[in-house]
Design a protein around this ligand. Sequence first.
Ligand SMILES: Cc1cc2nc3c(=O)[nH]c(=O)nc-3n(C[C@H](O)[C@H](O)[C@H](O)COP(=O)(O)O)c2cc1C
Length: 356
Amino acid sequence: MKQSKIFEPIEFKDIKIKNRIIMSPMCMYSAIDGVVGPFHMAHLGARAVGDVGLIIVEATAVSPEGRISPNDAGLWDGKHVEAFKPIVEFCKSCGTVMGIQLAHAGRKASTNVPWLGEKPLKFTEGGWQIQAPSPIPFDEGYQIPKEMTQDDINKVIDDFTNAAKRADKSGFDIIEIHAAHGYLINEFLSPLSNKRTDKYGGNFENRTKILMEIIESIKSVWPSNKPIFIRISAVDWMEGGFDIESSIILAKMLKKQGISLIDCSSRGISPKAKINIYFGYQLDFARKIRQEAGIPVSGVGLITQPEFADFILNSGIADMVEMGRELLRNPYWVLNAAYKIGTDIQWPKQYLRAKR
Ligand SMILES: Cc1cc2nc3c(=O)[nH]c(=O)nc-3n(C[C@H](O)[C@H](O)[C@H](O)COP(=O)(O)O)c2cc1C
């Protein structure tokens, strides 16, 4: 019987995760007024049955105006808690730890769902006023965002905090703050999208201020025995943008704040970014952050093979491996990986007759 690090449990605060595989947060654009439904039960439930260690539920908007599309999941109201509860309960009954990504889309809000073109929505098409650190549109054809005032910033901090409270009430054990992919927090972090001259713009400390304030505020309501993760875009892939050196400094600050893991993604601040994509193309960012900041990290991006996942974990590149599209293609990836590698793991009792 071969042992693989994939199946080695890991603990963050009081939360024990049975293996090292994370289902990466993926917007399904299938909620109504932010409310998740039967699709989400089937979608997330299948990956829990498939033995994923940690599911991080899709980018979930902390306010209606923070949605990417009208069909994003939300956590700005008690009705969202009621919708999430049975899904979280079922997935946890499979032994999967449930996390949720809390998000605000900033200047990339108010767009159509991908299968309708992912284009900015006009007000006449159900779109809404968008906001960002500076009045710079994401791309041609996008709305010019409203430059956020101190009141707007305070509201966003409150919205994240209240969403964290609701995540706890829903039964989630981990929250991940979405500070990546060119959405609101990333827009504050990046010098390309943040041209403010007040205390939230200019130098590195000022650009990271909103994230630090959000974390401080969330910590006042989120149980101290449950972990908080942060997803960052480790690099903008743009000249003059957020870079790996900035990410390492940020990771050190986040470690001091008690953040349990940095989820190392990249890109999203501009459609003009030139990205070099290959298998595991973001892993070197994870490795550097882990090494230099001494904080647990997850690696993500075009990881599909169990042997590759095992290598990432064994070579110390990352503490957890995160998969998106491969888990959409194959919800039973973990069960199949155990068979392929030759490790004996517990199968769902209902599926035992199919165990290989
Ligand atoms: C359908 C889809 C939706 C996504 N939605 C999110 C999201 O809500 N939040 C996020 O941080 N990343 C999102 N991503 C990015 C994934 O989490 C992941 O980082 C990316 O797909 C790279 O991993 P992969 O190559 O394993 O798919 C999404 C990706 C896909 C394919």
